[in-house]
Unconditional design. Structure first.
Ligand code: SF4
Ligand code: SF4
Length: 436
């Protein structure tokens, strides 16, 4: 029996696709599906798992922000705004929802309707202050630990630790040399098509080493590298409830891609990839693409770097840790291209050296949620590290197996750095790739 059948919701199944939470009602009009309280989403919600609080569950948020706005009608403005802030936008719930309810999308809409200082701060940070990120990271690193602790009650302790995580070279050294590139397979598939790298906000700033290494790898494949001048993918702006700024970022990126001759767009961040994938469809934004053909060309052009490197061979050199942990970002399989391709590439290159928890945890970053509820963000982060410890066993013998964790999302890198146990090493997988 399908989950929906339990609730007698079968009337329009054969006519409607539940994947986007929209269905055609009997008059043919598009209608948004509402939560049926089945609870299928609860077990995967990191906030609910870490707190057990029903008001933080996806189900409660769907009642707050879904078509019925059932809970919102009984709460005052301040309570609605507070609850709207308490979601990591991890998307784990929507993967399980038989109704196709997208809580992150509902919450983004609710945040836009109830703006507060966090959105303003986030907007400045993403759209105006990017040139100063490296400076801010250095400043945070110079701050004594006592000052970081003193700022914790004001909710800034975790954000400052995350800022430190923006600095390059936090304990990671390159030790993995690519010995063979799948250049022939690349040439057969893409020939001389121009390729541009989507550096992302962190890779174009404080962790430029990611973009530099990615370009080196693309040259190793024989790619015809070009430049396109992209801005933020817009994902984090949309989640924060800033749809106008998100659309502006999307428009700027599509225009840059068009100007560059519609090249292949290569990414190395799971959240950027998800953000770029969301440009298409009714949620992407009116007039973003000239026509359906251009929209399809965009989808076909966004490609994970790791997918292009499938079939590469590598050799671990001096300094290689015996055990390497992998943190799977929540957005790893929500973008375009092969699902979770970064993990697959690293698994093929590192073999048994690479370990990951059977159940992927959320790092707890959540964009603006970290600003408004750092204690919750830290609690989810601690649960994530517990899961990594279960797979790696670093707390039992840290001198033999130090915590060493790679991932493929810039937000996860920042948050894992902020919540890591003493002595842990964390970074993007590109940081361990050695220059040839
Ligand atoms: S998006 Fe993540 S944190 Fe938000 S309700 Fe869904 S599972 Fe929970
Ligand atoms: S959000 Fe979806 S999965 Fe969660 S309780 Fe509602 S209908 Fe069920």
């Amino acid at each position: 029996m399908k989950v929906n059948d339990k609730f007698g919701d079968t009337s329009d199944d054969k006519f409607n696709d539940k994947s986007d939470g929209i269905f055609n009602d009997k008059s043919g009009a598009k209608t948004e599906r509402d939560c049926v309280l089945c609870g299928c989403c609860l077990e995967q919600c990191p906030l609910f798992a870490a707190t057990g609080r029903e008001e933080l569950s996806p189900r409660a948020k769907a009642l707050l922000a879904g078509p019925s706005k059932f809970a919102a009608a009984t709460l005052d403005e301040a309570a609605v705004a507070e609850l709207a802030g308490l979601c990591l936008a991890c998307g784990k719930c929507e993967k399980l929802c038989p109704q196709g309810v997208s809580v992150p999308r509902l919450i983004a809409r609710l945040r836009a309707e109830h703006p507060d200082f966090r959105q303003w701060l986030w907007k400045q940070w993403i759209t105006r202050l990017k040139p100063f990120w490296s400076l801010a990271a250095k400043g945070a690193a110079l701050m004594p630990e006592s000052m970081t602790s003193a700022l914790a009650p004001a909710g800034l302790g975790l954000a400052l630790k995350g800022l430190r995580g923006l600095r390059p070279g936090l304990g990671l050294r390159p030790w993995l040399a690519i010995t063979k590139f799948p250049a022939e397979a690349y040439r057969q598939k893409h020939a001389d098509r121009p390729v541009v790298l989507f550096d992302g906000c962190v890779g174009s700033g404080p962790r430029k080493v990611w973009a530099d290494t990615a370009r080196r790898l693309l040259r190793g494949l024989g790619a015809n590298l070009a430049e396109a001048g992209f801005s933020c993918c817009g994902s984090t702006l949309g989640v924060a409830g800033l749809p106008g700024d998100q659309l502006a970022a999307r428009r700027a990126n599509v225009a840059a891609w068009r100007k560059a001759g519609r090249p292949l767009v290569v990414t190395y961040c799971a959240t950027c990839r998800k953000g770029l994938a969301e440009y298409v469809g009714p949620e992407g934004g009116a007039g973003l693409f000239a026509d359906a053909e251009e929209e399809a060309a965009w989808t076909a052009s966004v490609t994970p770097l790791s997918a292009l490197l499938a079939g590469a061979q590598a050799k671990a050199g001096r300094g290689a840790p015996a055990i390497v942990g992998w943190h799977k970002p929540c957005h790893a399989d929500l973008g375009v291209g092969p699902a979770d391709s970064d993990f697959k590439l690293m698994g093929a290159l590192l073999g048994a050296r690479l370990r990951t928890p059977a159940k992927a945890g959320c790092c707890g970053f959540g964009g603006i949620m970290q600003l408004g509820a750092p204690e919750l963000s830290a609690r989810v982060g601690a649960a994530c590290w517990d899961g990594l410890d279960g797979a790696l066993g670093f707390s039992a013998a840290p001198e033999v197996t130090p915590a060493y964790v790679l991932t493929d999302c810039s937000g996860c890198v920042m948050q894992l750095c902020a919540t890591a146990p003493q002595g842990a090493r964390v970074g993007h997988w590109l940081e361990v790739i050695a220059a040839k």
